[in-house]
Design a binder for this molecule. Sequence first.
Ligand SMILES: [Zn+2]
Length: 381
Amino acid sequence: MQNVPEEWREEQRAGGGGEVDAKAWEGREALFQINTVKENVEMMNEGGKGTEKESLMMELTRLVQKTVKESSWWERRGIDITILVLAFLLLPPAFLLLGSSQVLVFVLGMVLMGVSHAVISIKGTHLASHGSLSESPAWDDFWAVFFIEVCGSFTARAGVTGHIKMHHAHTNVIGLGDSSTWKIPCLPRSVYLFIAPLAIPIITPLVALGQLKDHSVSQALRTVLMVFLGFYCQYWLLMRVSGFQCSYSSLLCMLLCRAMFSIPYIHVNIFQHIGLSMFSPTRRPKRIYQMTHGVLNLPRNPLLDWTFGHSLINCHVEHHLFPFLSDNMCLKVKPIVSQYLKEKALPYQEDTYLSRLQLFFQQYQELMVFAPPITELVGVQ
Ligand SMILES: [Zn+2]
């Protein structure tokens, strides 16, 4: 059974939805318990409304839960796990092709390595941070460290805290989950949108080092070892299997492969939240309004669906409403969610990649430099 719905369970408690089988959803492990009862109650209540039932969210939850319960393991986890396994299986041919002296074969090796790295370090890291890869808390911890630290060169603790505790718990709430960590106002728009992302493979481990001061000595040591292990394995394989003769060319190849999807990665992260409704921490709307007004879906795109996962591309609204669902389950419940929101006259925000890119390029100052205006959702509470 799908892990977790800590938020779900809290909503049931606070909302009195006793008929929903909470036990069937138990199993969130320690990493994710940081999303505390207090925060979940805060997510549901706003403006001092106390324990008022979030009936729309409960109704939608029941519809989605029914679909999840009727789904097989293959649909709930198997498809996404298979995609991750395929990404790892791409690595041996990629290393071998990178040993070729023919330009086209070498470039094919680079592309395979870049795609594989993107699937593992974006889709894999994201699913691992949500505990969506296993039903066992111990394995979830293991996968979080493996994907986030070994493959993603970041700290599992800071990654999970930032993504689950801040971004998901406080989506578009000013000062908490307002995506301001993505803003670098000193950079011109073209540099920010098209050049700076290429430095992500270098910046990420440096930011991770900065996060270590908040870790215990043993956690910090583990993170440093795991990140080093990930880098060194790829470097060693390039030197020994691909036959690179020089350290610099090997490191340059690693940088190019790891940066291959950095530009869309930055774009997707800013396109789906910035420029939409932003909320005050003291007057935040109920969860269903928060997510439907503050999250946007991009259209389906075969390459990004596979490398980033549906929950980061065309099912981002579904992912924010039900963050413990796997990519494939987000896709499966998408028609239910979109139809329900439209029936209830709630927003179901969608826009194309190019349209968002145009908007961010044209209104870069307003969106990425100036402080965002706060939205008051009058009349919907
Ligand atoms: Zn997420």
